[in-house]
Design a protein around this ligand. Structure first.
Ligand code: ZN
Length: 505
């Protein structure tokens, strides 16, 4: 096996990635993502399938003005239809019209796919691959050939699968990409089939893996170890079914672990940012536990680990998170040790507790978690605990008592009912006791209004604080409506966002 000296990254987020259910990029989104991928140092950006929809054709029209510094846009399309001349094929003509320097042509390598799905002969499929490649080459284009279902084809009919690669090779394709289209191939199979293909071809090899067996990253790296020099994948592994090979894991593995340059150390630091940027435009919530780039990828919860981390930063981390633009974090919970409390306080710029003070905070965290609080997600509540532990701490206000009256009226004629709520709140600020009342469209709204009335008198900035979101979780599922619940509340003052937690009895 000959390991590649350099690997070219080929991103297909805008084509294969967009095939994930729920993702739909506008042309503007695609242009923004292309710019971002260029900043990251991706070599080829597959913009779409111009023959299949007008949106992708428009992307290529506007893409000409992108002025990318490093990346080349690539248009994607399939080999000509059976029994026609390449020049008569609308799809091939759309590929040329896209105006890119390189194109990616997909063709079939699995004999059963040819006869059952394409419904043509094995010979005609070879002619379709060869003639389409030659036709595009004759127009001055660089041709990459995606050998669809290559690995499955190799198991079914290895001689024929190899013939399809040779057809593209002889016709002048510069890179032949072996595709694990159904995503079920094992890493050792990938390694041996890539090595076998390499012996037969003059073109360089690439890999395009899908994640149906959760092996797309492993398969891509095995292919590179066996000599592949182009890796196709998507940001965050977006793609149909279980997704495509995740470039956010492949890139750092190549750079940091295999010592194969692809984007370089400086651009690698943009990886976490690019991952979040694409998830934002894809409107897919980022996965916190995503390797390398997730917010939890370097978050430590166990006390023992944090204590190690305080002594030696990489004692429980496989890489320095800074290398991929991520950072370490510490979670505070009932599994914490004193080290978590100290680390977290320092990280949040709070007064750092020591000795007995830190131990007291830890005991309180454990006691409150046993009653239903959960500090992991509620860093503002942790901040309150630390501040309250300060010897000179004075509470900005005290809640003396409150009362809420709720009245529900049924209005069958209007198809429902209405709720009226009134709250009375008594708070103490310094030596003053303030008593306020307010109405609201529900008990929470009424209490909120009454408390604001009292507090804004002393703290006008409270007026800006808004509820963003809240989550309620039942603590004892078997207790029905008697059960205790925990509420996680997200608030903002328009500038910052924070989360607090509290149990409700
Ligand atoms: Zn694919």
């Amino acid at each position: 096996m000959t390991k590649a000296a350099q690997v070219h990254l080929y991103d297909t987020t805008l084509r294969d990635g967009a095939q994930q259910g729920g993702i739909s990029f506008s042309v503007e989104d695609k242009l923004k993502i292309a710019r971002k991928l260029d900043e990251l140092g991706i070599h080829y950006i597959e913009g779409g399938w111009p023959g299949s929809n007008p949106k992708d054709a428009e992307f290529f029209r506007k893409g000409r003005e992108l002025q990318l510094s490093r990346a080349a846009l690539v248009a994607f399309g399939s080999t000509r239809r059976p029994n026609i001349k390449p020049g008569q094929d609308a799809n091939l003509n759309a590929l040329i019209a896209a105006g890119t320097r390189a194109v990616c042509l997909v063709g079939k390598s699995w004999d059963r796919q040819v006869t059952l799905v394409l419904e043509t002969t094995l010979e005609e499929n070879l002619a379709m691959i060869a003639e389409s490649t030659e036709f595009l080459k004759s127009k001055g284009l660089e041709v990459f050939f995606d050998a669809e279902h290559f690995f499955d084809g190799c198991k079914s009919n290895p001689d024929y699968a190899m013939e399809t690669l040779k057809a593209a090779d002889y016709a002048g394709a510069s890179c032949i990409i072996l595709c694990d289209t159904n995503g079920g191939t094992l890493p050792e199979e990938v390694a041996s089939m890539v090595a076998a293909a390499q012996k037969e071809l003059t073109a360089s090899l690439g890999i395009h893996a899908h994640d149906d067996g959760e092996l797309a990253v492993a398969n891509s790296l095995m292919a590179v170890a066996a000599g592949a020099v182009q890796v196709q994948g998507t940001i965050n592994g977006y793609g149909e079914r279980c997704g495509n090979a995740n470039l956010c894991s492949i890139i750092p593995a190549l750079e940091l672990k295999m010592g194969i340059p692809c984007v370089g150390a400086e651009r690698l630091k943009k990886l976490a940012e690019v991952s979040r940027f694409v998830s934002e435009l894809a409107n897919v919530r980022p996965f916190p536990r995503q390797p390398y780039v997730g917010t939890r990828a370097f978050a430590h919860k166990a006390g023992l680990h944090v204590s190690g981390l305080n002594k030696w930063e990489e004692s429980y981390q496989h890489i320095d998170p800074d290398a991929v633009g991520n950072r370490s974090g510490v979670l505070v919970s009932e599994l914490s040790g004193v080290s978590n409390i100290i680390y977290k306080a320092r990280e949040r710029g709070l007064p750092v507790p020591h000795g007995d003070e830190a131990r007291r905070i830890l005991e309180q965290v454990k006691l409150l978690e046993s009653r239903g609080f959960q500090y992991e997600e509620a860093e503002a509540s942790f901040e309150l605990l630390v501040r309250r532990a300060q010897p000179d701490h004075r509470s900005p206000f005290e809640l003396v008592d409150f009362m809420v009256v709720i009245e529900g009226r049924r209005r069958p004629a209007a198809g429902g009912g209405e709720m009226l709520a009134e709250a009375m709140v008594k708070v103490k600020v310094g030596d003053q006791v303030i008593h306020t009342a307010s109405e609201g469209d529900g008990p929470v709204n009424a209490l909120d209004m009454a408390l604001r009335k009292a507090l804004t008198w002393f703290y006008p900035q409270v007026a800006k604080v808004q509820l963003v979101d809240y989550k309620v979780r039942i603590l004892e599922e078997s207790a029905g409506t008697e059960s205790q619940v925990r509420v996680l509340i997200e608030s903002t003052d328009g500038e910052h966002q924070w989360r607090t937690v509290g149990p409700v009895y």
